[in-house]
Write a protein that binds this ligand. Structure first.
Ligand SMILES: Nc1nc2c(ncn2[C@@H]2O[C@H](COP(=O)(O)OP(=O)(O)OP(=O)(O)O)[C@@H](O)[C@H]2O)c(=O)[nH]1
Ligand SMILES: [Mg+2]
Length: 218
């Protein structure tokens, strides 16, 4: 019985991987950098994207965003205020985005006219790690309010990421954030990962984050 369940899951993932591979080829051909942001709920994905999109739009860069939540258009509404096009996916109970959902959202968008496509995943530190969205860069966020042990407790998510962003760094003091422990725990599951620390509240670290994105495109 257990074996059968595993086989069904593998089948679903294979289908997702095939669609993701096609998406990746489309993104590469169009010259757009797709970035998949993953984290637990409330780590600050939308807040970081609000800052990021606003900064990039102000510099005349071509950006767009797709955001996934179980319900509501709230995050897309927040992101659209930056002037960048933003589309919302409602998963109605599913705890992650799938490649096929991204493919459907791309209809009508001229990918070749974009430099960056940000995809904010559903807030969840488990399921999104298994679903490739065709992204070039997977970015995992960890806020200082969550505790430094999260990479050890949810290794799949941190292990599958290319970049880690420690968010809400303005709250480091009140939260007794232990930087050495946080970085050591992230690197325990993903040794060579790049780590950036940001605050969407003060803007700290955002320039380093933007520089990293530019470098990833070059
Ligand atoms: N102090 C501080 N608060 C922040 C920062 N970033 C986000 N917040 C707050 O944290 C809460 C959650 O932020 P969101 O950006 O909505 O988090 P999210 O990861 O997009 O949440 P979901 O989409 O629900 O998973 C909000 O109340 C934000 O104002 C930050 O850098 N500093
Ligand atoms: Mg959000």
């Amino acid at each position: 019985m257990t074996t059968r369940i595993l086989e069904v899951r593998k089948g679903i993932l294979n289908k997702n991987d095939e669609i993701a591979a096609r998406l990746r080829a489309r993104f590469e051909e169009a010259g757009v950098l797709a970035i998949n942001l993953v984290s637990s709920p409330g780590s600050g994905k939308t807040a970081l994207l609000e800052r990021t999109l606003a900064a990039l739009v102000a510099r005349g860069r071509k950006v767009a965003a797709i955001v996934g939540d179980l319900e509501t258009e709230r995050d897309a509404t927040r992101l659209a205020r930056t002037g960048a096009p933003a589309r919302q996916i409602n998963t109605h109970g599913r705890c992650h985005l799938e490649a096929e959902m991204i493919g459907r959202q791309l209809e009508g968008w001229d990918l070749a006219a974009l430099e960056f496509l940000f995809i904010e995943n559903v807030g969840n530190l488990v399921c999104p790690s298994s679903y490739d969205l065709g992204e070039a860069l997977r970015v995992v966020l960890l806020s200082v309010t969550e505790g430094e042990d999260k990479p050890l407790k949810y290794p799949g998510m941190f292990n599958s990421a290319d970049v880690a962003v420690v968010t809400k760094i303005d709250l480091a003091g009140p939260c007794d954030y232990d930087r050495d422990a946080a970085h050591a725990n992230i690197r325990a599951v993903r040794p060579d990962i790049t780590i950036v620390e940001t605050s969407a509240r003060t803007g700290a670290g955002v320039d380093a984050w933007l520089a990293l994105l530019d470098e990833a495109r070059s």
